[in-house]
Ligand binder design. Structure first.
Ligand code: NAX
Length: 332
């Protein structure tokens, strides 16, 4: 049987800690399947090229049968040339004395050129997943520089938050993780995100019927999910990396595979005004895929409490958009 044509996968920030946890999983077939050869296109900034070279040596030393080539580069055209999946992980971390708006501007400055390079050089079927923070707004910026890449190809990662919420509920209620479904993250991947317990189910029952303690759901549950990233930094002395890489794999698989019955998956996608979110914002929604295309789940209802929380995360995304206005091209 003739083997498949290799698919090109770009990972930016490939010498970083998420890159280190992610690349080996991609190369082993966990991203695109055990029979799909791939070419890895790894982007780093110049000062990190030495470290990236070391990662490439390790990838070579795994002798992965699926890896048809590895391109390590600091050049945007080379990084995105012919790519079908652009995983934008690289970004500059917040440093002491940096305001949130400074972070938006510093990182936004690299996502514009990356978007432009995707628009100019990627494969016609390219899909983009932004992980580097602030990921929703970085995705907004990149997309504005690639107007010919259709709206439904752009994603920012809220899946780690969903996985955190799901696991927390499973531990609280003593059920397997698989019993907790449709627990989606709304809005921004930030401390204003809303993990929507109201529409979640446990073994087919409404989560709110199983967990009667509404004050826990509205309080500690939400803040634990929102603050989990900070708690990991506190405990580990470094931010989430393996769980973030795992969520990258989950995000891509959830676009490529049909969503199981009763389940929804969390992805931040380009808003077309669903549930009142302003158009064009990259907004976290519950999504379902049929394996070919995906849709935002329709017809969900929310209490006043949930609407107020979704409003707060919407306001934050709006203010992020205002802060990067100068970096946006076109009518976003
Ligand atoms: P690291 O600092 O370990 O690695 C980032 C890498 O990106 C570095 O090697 C750096 O040289 C590179 N880089 C910086 N600017 C670049 C550019 N313009 N082009 C190419 N490479 C560039 O961070 P890591 O822990 O890997 O995290 C990466 C990003 O993921 C951070 O922005 C982080 O905040 C974000 N996260 C997002 C999550 C999400 O759920 N959306 C969760 C995990 C993580 O916090």
């Amino acid at each position: 049987m003739a083997s498949k044509t290799p698919v090109h996968v770009t990972v930016t920030g490939a010498a970083g800690q998420i890159g280190y946890a992610l690349l080996f999983r991609i190369a082993s077939g966990q991203l695109l399947g055990a029979d799909q050869p791939l070419v890895l296109r790894l982007l780093e900034i110049e000062p990190a090229m030495g470290a990236l070279h070391g990662v490439v040596m390790e990838l070579e030393d795994c002798a992965y049968p699926l890896v048809a080539g590895i391109e390590a580069t600091s050049d945007l055209k080379t990084a995105f040339d012919g790519t079908s999946w652009a995983l934008l992980v690289g970004s500059v971390p917040r440093k002491a004395g940096m305001e949130r708006n400074d972070l938006l501007t510093v990182n936004g400055g690299s996502f514009g050129p990356q978007g432009e390079a995707i628009g100019a050089h990627a494969a016609p079927d390219v899909r983009v997943l932004v992980v580097g923070n602030p990921c929703n707004t970085n995705c907004l910026i990149a997309r504005s520089h690639a107007p010919d890449v259709p709206d439904d190809r752009w994603f920012a990662m809220t899946r780690l938050d969903q996985n955190r919420a799901r696991s927390l509920v499973a531990r609280r209620t003593g059920v397997p993780v698989s019993a907790v479904q449709a627990l989606a993250i709304w809005g921004n991947h930030s401390s204003t995100q809303f993990p929507d317990f109201e529409n979640a189910v446990i073994d087919g029952r409404r989560l709110t019927d199983v967990v009667a303690d509404r004050s826990w759901l509205q309080g500690e549950f939400i803040t634990t999910v929102q603050q989990r990233g900070a708690a990991i930094i506190e405990a580990r002395g470094a931010s989430s990396a393996a769980s973030a890489a795992n969520a990258v794999i989950d995000s891509v698989r959830s676009v490529l595979e049909p969503t199981p019955p009763g389940e929804t998956v969390s992805l931040a996608v380009v808003s077309h005004g669903e549930y009142g979110a302003p158009e064009e914002l990259v907004f976290g929604y519950p999504v379902r895929s049929d394996g070919k295309s995906w849709q935002v789940v329709e017809g969900l209802s929310h209490s006043d409490f949930a609407r107020e929380r979704i409003g707060a995360t919407t306001d934050e995304l709006e203010s992020e958009r205002r802060a990067v206005e100068d970096l946006l091209l076109g009518p976003v």
